[in-house]
Design a protein around this ligand. Structure first.
Ligand SMILES: Cc1cc2nc3c(=O)[nH]c(=O)nc-3n(C[C@H](O)[C@H](O)[C@H](O)COP(=O)(O)OP(=O)(O)OC[C@H]3O[C@@H](n4cnc5c(N)ncnc54)[C@H](O)[C@@H]3O)c2cc1C
Length: 417
């Protein structure tokens, strides 16, 4: 009895390891020459492998599809993951925001632990599976190099279609459709955003800490995030922008708008002083202008802003750079206040799959048994990891979903052999 696994990412390696523990004969097909290419670049090479959040928070993170994961998490969740990694030599540490990393800060250690867990599998590197074979609602094998190979069970762990250079180009979606599954529209998620303002290019490379980003669509707030962000040559990026982009993706999905064909640009505002209330910020400006009354406006701005934003503020407030602090009137002070509170950026698009951390959309969860990851349409066919219609913000949630669903697929594919 044979199990074929397509893709040696975190989901595939976990499925392989678990199936081997049940004594199954496992072959893993991986188109790259190494396992876990995307895992290696995860968390900027440090691999944020899970999160310390409790189960309800986890479920909310995958909203609106989190409930699907109860079945998997009840069988294999964070404690089981950390215990498994420890058995394979990886100790972990919890950092800010509950993000859990290997103590070594090396994603290679996590990848090596997984390949060690799956070490008894036959690894077929450099092999791209072309098709899934099935007959009368039962999986029968795979097609590779135009040859048909038989298998009793097939587990599809081909990932999404973001960062295609890592090997995840979306093959699993085609396999799913060929076997009768519905694949929900695919959107790049956790991605930088493009903006139309010309000044943004002039401040590229500028990072902002402790700012609040609010995004509105049709005058409704669809995202509010607090933390760090970055201006780039095309728009905005950085941790809070990536997480905000997922809210945009969710909004677009719920409105049936294609990822590259927006109904209208979205309005973002950056609050540069979120720690100050309106009254405190007004008082701060008044004090600065009073105390520095004999200084030019442009010099007073140095107390309030990073250097590269000063020309932007001079232009957007329309206050002459050489106006003295004690000459600045109430309307001008109000314009500065508004800009510090709500620096506007017009968001014109998501940067696309090439630079998206994750794919939103995928194999419809309605056709997958959440307790086993088996297809409800084709017996013996399993799906796990990012190929499923599951995605979450940054923080380790996406990898935990891949680990858990992979383990569960391996467990049930082998138990039913
Ligand atoms: C830059 C970056 C950083 C990230 N950082 C984090 C992080 O810190 N924390 C976190 O939780 N998530 C992170 N993610 C997301 C996370 O890496 C993915 O969600 C996760 O790797 C998905 O695992 P998977 O096993 O489903 O798919 P993948 O890791 O994509 O693996 C799929 C594998 O299948 C192979 N494959 C595809 N098609 C075929 C085929 N036809 N035949 C054979 N092989 C095939 C691919 O080559 C690939 O190796 C990051 C993603 C990126 C791009």
């Amino acid at each position: 009895m044979k199990i074929c696994i397509i893709g040696a990412g975190p989901a595939g390696l976990m499925a392989a390891g678990r199936a081997l523990e049940h004594g199954a004969q496992v072959t893993v097909y991986e188109r790259n020459d190494i396992a876990g290419y995307k895992l290696l670049i995860s968390g900027k090479g440090r691999c944020n492998l899970t999160n310390a959040a409790d189960l309800p928070e986890f479920i909310t993170a995958y909203s609106p599809h989190g409930e699907f994961l109860y079945g998997a998490f009840h069988q294999f969740f964070r404690p089981e993951l950390l215990e498994l990694l420890k058995r394979h030599g990886v100790e972990t540490v919890t950092e800010r925001g509950g993000r859990i990393f290997p103590v070594s800060q090396k994603s290679t250690d996590v990848r090596d632990a997984l390949t060690s867990y799956a070490s008894q599998a036959k690894m077929r590197y450099g092999q791209r599976v072309e098709n899934i074979l099935h007959n009368n609602g039962q999986v029968t094998g795979i097609q590779i190099n135009s040859k048909e190979l038989s298998a009793d069970r097939v587990i599809i762990t081909t990932g999404g279609k973001s960062y295609p250079g890592t090997g995840s180009t979306g093959d699993g979606y085609a396999f799913a459709e060929q076997s009768g599954h519905r694949v929900l529209d695919l959107y790049p998620a956790l991605t930088p955003l493009t903006c139309s303002e010309k000044w943004i290019k002039n401040v590229q490379g500028l990072g902002l800490k402790n700012v609040a980003l609010t995004i509105r669509a049709a005058n409704q707030v669809i995202s509010t995030k607090f933390g760090e962000m970055l201006f780039t040559h095309f728009g905005i990026s950085g941790p809070i922008v990536l997480d905000a982009s997922r809210d945009i993706t969710t909004y677009l999905r719920s409105h049936g708008s294609a990822p590259d064909n927006w109904p209208e640009p979205l309005q973002a505002n950056i609050d540069l002083k979120p720690a100050l209330s309106d009254t405190q910020l007004q008082a701060r400006l008044q004090r600065d202008f009073d105390q520095e009354g004999k200084k030019y406006f442009v010099s007073i701005l140095k107390n309030l802003l990073p250097a590269s934003l000063i020309p932007v503020f001079v232009e957007l407030t329309g206050i002459p750079r050489d106006k003295l602090g004690n000459q600045i009137n109430r309307q001008e002070r109000q314009r500065l206040f508004e800009l510090l509170r709500k620096l506007p950026c017009t968001i014109t698009g998501l940067i696309g799959f090439k630079d998206a951390i994750i794919t939103s959309g995928g194999v419809s969860l309605q056709e997958i048994n959440p307790k086993t990851m088996e297809s409800r349409l084709v017996k013996g066919l399993y799906f796990a990891g990012e190929v499923l219609d599951l995605d979450a913000p940054t923080g380790g949630y996406n990898l935990q979903a891949a680990f858990s669903t992979g383990w569960v697929a391996g467990e049930h594919a082998s138990l039913s052999v």
